[in-house]
Design a protein around this ligand. Structure first.
Ligand code: LMR
Length: 335
């Protein structure tokens, strides 16, 4: 009798204490998946966010960063986010189309941004409006992180429009980038970032556009003999989180989460330009790729060929979206 009572008591005590003990011990886990190297503006931003949040939450949150498409590739990662298999991502703005939020592709319009400031002004205004569109998809937009301007690579020099004719160029999934490559006379091919190096090496595609930081860390420069510093497009990211997960975070954790995101954003955006400049220097030093700065006349030829893309994309992006981007970017059409 006594033994049974003691067992019952013990059992009750265990049942009461275990969940509490387990609660105290097991942190909230955030899986943050991305497709680039840890040694990039995005990779370093994600790592900084992890460090800040883990420290500020005093270990109550654990952020697991999975770089290099380790968990998911481009398209799969957005699906995984919606399903809650990962909690955070930072896809490029060119990758939200398949999710049904095509307006982010406005950031891909060729020669829209004259500098980083023009880009940041656009994310701070139109960008915040566009975040609202993610809500219906079960996603919350947190921040915009810069990478930098796109350059063009191939195994032949790319100076004039004629040089693009018939080249198979890898692009991200954006329809604006598809139209851009066609306007240059190339054949666009959508491909996951993780497949890029192999595709260039084996000749599945002839060239690509990208930032120096990605071209360096993915070793693209080892399989592409020519790089043209065209700065025709801009690459940046929306840091996003599963909405239900975010809203379910305890209030005090939300406070440190938000402050960590704010500071990681400042950090990522502060290092982006230097990271790209350093990558370009390393590419030049390798001697594997010839880096070419186009003349004003060559750039004007590119710009003239690409401006019709802005008009053609009105039906996809909406004229109001394009006008808003023009205004915040201070865009002036080339003459
Ligand atoms: C690309 O696919 O080229 C980029 O979006 C990769 C990245 O995340 O920087």
């Amino acid at each position: 009798m006594l033994l049974i009572a003691r067992r019952l008591l013990l059992g009750t005590a265990l049942a009461l204490s275990l969940p509490l003990a387990a609660q105290a011990q097991s942190p909230i886990v955030i899986k943050f998946s991305h497709v680039v190297s840890p040694d990039t503006p995005k990779g370093k931003g994600a790592q900084r966010f992890k460090e800040l949040l883990e420290e500020r939450s005093k270990g109550r949150v654990k952020v697991e960063v999975y770089p290099n498409s380790q968990l998911y590739k481009d398209k799969e990662e957005l699906e995984a986010l919606q399903l809650g298999s990962v909690q955070m991502l930072a896809p490029s703005l060119a990758k939200f189309g398949p999710l049904g939020v095509k307006e982010f592709e406005v950031f891909d319009l060729p020669f829209l941004f004259k500098d980083d400031a023009a880009f940041r002004n656009t994310t701070a205004t139109l960008g915040l409006e566009l975040f609202k569109k993610l809500d219906a998809k079960g996603i919350t937009g947190l921040s915009y992180w810069d990478n930098g301007f796109h350059v063009m690579t191939a195994n032949k020099p790319l100076h004039n429009l004629a040089d693009f004719k018939g080249l198979k160029m890898r692009i991200q999934s954006s329809k604006v980038l598809d139209a851009q490559m066609r306007a240059l006379g190339a054949i666009p091919q959508v491909m996951a970032f993780s497949e890029l190096y192999q595709a260039l090496q084996s000749g599945v595609v002839d060239g690509t556009e990208g930032t120096p930081s990605n071209i360096y860390t993915q070793k693209v420069f080892e399989v592409q003999k020519h790089i043209t510093l065209s700065n025709h497009g801009h690459l940046a990211y929306a840091v996003v989180i599963n909405k239900k997960f975010y809203e379910g975070l305890p209030a005090d954790i939300r406070v440190v989460f938000d402050s960590s995101m704010r500071d990681a954003t400042l950090y990522a955006n502060a290092i982006a330009a230097t990271e790209n400049a350093m990558s370009l220097d390393k590419i030049k030093a390798s001697g594997k790729s010839t880096v070419y700065t186009p003349t004003d006349a060559e750039l004007l030829e590119w710009k003239k060929a690409l401006m019709p893309v802005h008009k053609d994309m009105e039906s996809r992006l909406g004229k109001a979206t394009i006008d808003a981007a023009y205004k915040s970017a201070g865009f002036v059409a080339p003459k």
